[in-house]
Write a protein that binds this ligand. Structure first.
Ligand SMILES: NC(=O)c1ccc[n+]([C@@H]2O[C@H](COP(=O)([O-])OP(=O)(O)OC[C@H]3O[C@@H](n4cnc5c(N)ncnc54)[C@H](O)[C@@H]3O)[C@@H](O)[C@H]2O)c1
Length: 380
């Protein structure tokens, strides 16, 4: 088996999901390449060493530039905060490395354009970790839509709700709290949570033409972990927008970190002429399906347990009826990336797809300021 030598940057939440996926994938998928955990890069040497020992990385680096310059690394995997994605991606492309980058691809569209130009010039395989595309139930939703089972789509409705920033005592900035610092995160829930909803929506329902949005920052000042001072909060705590898709359908998107009681409630519903589908991250192995073509006396919403051998990805796992979870979506992503290397057809979402989502989040944030409908830039 050929080797795919991985250099990972960042050992936080995503560093762990990615490392798990690189380790697991060969056990469940028959692939031409096998990931090899070559090096973990993080600024703190002691922590990097501890992570390398735990997850089985052969070596460590404390400067991502050194990692990129190494000849024994094939793919650079970026699991660090959003403000470093662009610089690392562009340098990695110049060095001829394949790149896997966490979402959002960049802090904004113009920055993402530079990344897309760099990988196009270097002709290196690339992918953004929008992992929800790889939930088997979500992939099945894509198949049902592509088969035309829903008919003409009228409505798309998505939300992503959390409640972890309600306390005004929660500081902003630094490890674990960089998401509250716009200089590091780019934006608040728009680029963090809504980006997931938008990526799924563009995949399932096509391009968004225009949006109108409103955002709110409920806690205006928070202590900054790095300066120790009270500083203005510049992220959006909540973001809601209406959208018009190119296929004529209308949509609502909502995201907040102030929905008391919700930890990661990502749901979407799609209503078409012949049917509807609904999915809920808290029940991720089910797809709710309504088919208007069913015989009327037994017609109704079906809760389909997505665990059978003919469901996407499921024949690679256990036996019908036994479910998988969140971690496996990253395993699927690695499997698809490797299959893309073998077939020569890059797996989605590519950096171009990541740029498309950044264009939508740019338009949402702009509309929240202008209080007008804004056009979404199209990827060329
Ligand atoms: N796909 C998903 O579902 C998902 C979920 C969470 C986060 N993310 C994305 O993943 C990325 C990381 O998020 P996280 O939750 O893992 O964050 P985290 O805070 O848990 O981890 C970030 C890691 O990056 C390291 N880091 C920061 N700057 C660095 C630098 N200059 N060089 C090397 N290492 C550096 C930190 O030390 C830490 O190990 C973000 O872009 C985030 O938006 C995606």
């Amino acid at each position: 088996m050929k080797q795919l030598r991985v250099g990972l940057i960042g050992y936080g939440f995503m560093g762990r999901t990615h490392s798990n996926a690189f380790t697991q994938v060969k056990n469940f998928f028959d692939l031409e390449y096998q990931p090899v955990l070559k090096a973990i890069c993080a600024r703190d040497e002691k922590n990097a060493k501890a992570f390398a020992k735990k997850w089985g990385y052969e070596s460590i680096e404390t400067d991502w530039r050194k990692l990129i310059s190494r000849d024994d690394i094939d793919v650079i995997d970026i699991a660090a905060p959003n403000n470093v994605h662009a610089e690392i991606c562009i340098a990695a492309a110049k060095a001829g490395k394949m790149i896997l980058c966490e979402k959002p691809l960049a802090m904004n569209g113009p920055q993402a354009e530079k990344i897309v130009a760099a990988v196009a010039k270097a002709k290196v395989p690339n992918m953004v970790w929008y992992n929800y595309r790889r939930v088997p139930a979500v992939t099945l939703a894509k198949q049902l839509i592509d088969e035309g089972r829903l008919g003409k789509i009228f409505h798309y409705r998505a939300k992503f709700l959390q409640d972890w920033t309600i306390s005004a005592d929660l500081p902003q900035g630094g490890a674990g709290l960089w998401r509250l610092d716009a200089k590091v995160a780019g934006s608040g829930v728009t680029g963090d949570l809504l980006a997931h909803c938008i990526d799924t929506a563009l995949w399932l329902n096509g391009n968004i033409d225009t949006v109108t949005a409103t955002t709110e920052t409920f806690v205006k000042q928070r202590k900054h972990t790095l300066t120790g001072k009270m500083e203005k909060v510049t992220i959006d705590d909540a973001s809601l927008f209406l959208a018009r898709f190119s296929n004529g359908s209308l949509a609502t998107f909502e995201s907040t970190r102030y929905a008391r009681g919700h930890k990661a409630l990502y749901t979407f519903e799609i209503n078409g002429e012949n049917g509807s589908i609904f999915w809920d991250l808290h029940d991720l192995h089910r797809l709710q399906v309504f088919d208007y073509k069913d015989e009327s006396k037994i017609r109704g919403w079906k809760s389909v347990h997505i665990t059978d051998g003919d469901h996407p990805y499921m024949k690679n796992w256990w036996v019908p009826g036994l479910q998988i979870g969140y971690a496996e979506t990253f395993v699927h992503q690695v499997a698809d990336f490797i299959q893309g290397l073998s077939s020569g057809k890059m797996a989605s979402p590519t950096f171009k797809d990541g740029l498309a989502t950044d264009y939508v989040t740019d338009a949402v944030l702009k509309s929240a300021k202008t209080k007008r409908w804004e056009k979404v830039k199209k990827v060329k």
